[in-house]
Ligand binder design. Sequence first.
Ligand SMILES: [Zn+2]
Length: 221
Amino acid sequence: MQAVKGIVKNFLNLIYPLHCLGCETALEAINELRLCGHCIASINRNAMPPFELDSSPVLAYSACLYDSGLKELVHRFKYKGKTILAKIFSKLMIDYIKDNPEIADVDLVTVVPLHRERLKAREFNQSLMIANPISKEYSLMLTNTLEKTRKTRYQNELLKGERIKNLKSAFRVSPKADIKDKRILLIDDVMTTGSTLGECAKTLLNGGARCVTCFTLARGI
Ligand SMILES: [Zn+2]
């Protein structure tokens, strides 16, 4: 019996490593977020009202603040191959929707697209990975509605004025996407100035969407 328990435990350890996904500290027991107490405490939930994007009549909600612990987790997720963190991020976002249910009162979920070359280099669209569990939780269709038509510089390398110019006409509605009169939830990982979300929202509205709500894991403003 003891041997069987040992095998089961080792097997579970393979699937659910008993180490904090944030800092690798050994965990005594698996908690829901699979983070140690220190890493959980370093995530700051967002208590601010939704941000009004200035380029369009669109509200942007964010579950957390983009600072301290979450910055490190997002970095590990996007650039260190820790894609399993997507589950934690979507959990934080679903928790936030429970307090702000209007976010999920939409017809479909979509994400900010990556240019195909950047997608090839990174191998995954981080926003799609975060959006997937959210769309499932609320039985909403998750679909790519936008395409990035040209490569742009990283927004965080640019000043605000340059950011808007950098994104001008960088997105278009995918020819196959059916967005006519749809209420759309647009998901991304982090909002910095809101320029990217604003440009995507504008593209969707110009393409016939009835309304757009933006929702990110974290906001840096
Ligand atoms: Zn930790």
